[in-house]
Write a protein that binds this ligand. Sequence first.
Ligand SMILES: *Cc1c(COP(=O)(O)O)cnc(C)c1O
Length: 362
Amino acid sequence: MAMQDRVYNFSAGPSMLPLEVLTRAGSEITNYGGSGMSVMEMSHRSKAFQKIFDDTQAKFRALLNVPSNYKILFLQGGASTQFSMVPLNLIGKTGKADYAVTGNFSNIAYKEAKRYGEINVAANSEDQNHTYIPTQEQLKLSPDASYFHYCANNTIYGTEWQYVPETGNVTLCCDMSSNIMSRPVDVSKYGLIYAGAQKNLAPSGLTVVMIREDLAGNELPFTPLMMNYKTMIDKDSMYNTPPCWCIYILGLVCDWLENLGGVPSIEKIKRNKAQMLYDTLDSSRLFTAPAQVGSRSDMNVVFRTSNDDLDAKFVKEATEAGLTSLKGHRNVGGMRASIYNAVPTEGVEKLCDFIRTFDKNN
Ligand SMILES: *Cc1c(COP(=O)(O)O)cnc(C)c1O
């Protein structure tokens, strides 16, 4: 498929979607499957939409091998709403929970959870500006925690957990917003996984939650109806109007992933893209990647020169070369290349070429 007038967009989110998906959605935008209407205009109770919904759920379940005792929910409110929903629904067991703070979002999740119970910080990587992921041995776990919460990929700091924490009988909860579908996951090790869609799945407005069924129904008494997993499980995410358009696009993204060979194939592709980029940075004179080897993210590659003006020049010239949204997050500075599933290998190759040329000329 031709790139036409498109750029390689390294945005952290919302971010690139596969061109095939956009083209298909475009071709169906005024008349979905002979219905004479757009998916945007359809009743969520219609047969046509129910099929889109059921198919999307089934495709998602198949791609990630989600066991049958887990519900897949399609919710709104972004990953940030899960920062409240997780404690509201799960902390009632013992009133306590463990949190690993390894970046911006896990810190927000931790601060929000403190409103609802006694929170133990199992690890905090702030001592080294969140450039590393704690080892299993470094986790200070509480045996009486209702759950352990961590963020699998730190979108802003560019670090990623390369192992699944071992927490014994304590339920694992994970924010996978920025690396879901980039590697196989043994869902059965978790009680709950959530992901905002706008990094690796679909447009913003949809949050996917996978929850082991038996965990729902123990919410704190003041939990709002809309923030109760049980409400959404009982009505299969259709207690109210779900984010219909996003669910439809997620279905198309699942088709695209399936055609590529599923998650094991995409894992190889993304590993290759990330390795190529880190190798290029490591062998340059000008650039450094602060994330420590062994903790580096395959999804968000954070890097910089030693000079803010040179960083700005890099971002400006890259944009002119059709490589956009490379400016780092304001908390970190420098550059960040988010190379989610939909960023083609060719885009990363172009970025590597650009880095090498810039390194030579400056
Ligand atoms: C983007 C992001 C969030 C926030 O998602 P919203 O949908 O904006 O609420 C939370 N966690 C991680 C890991 C993210 O990358």
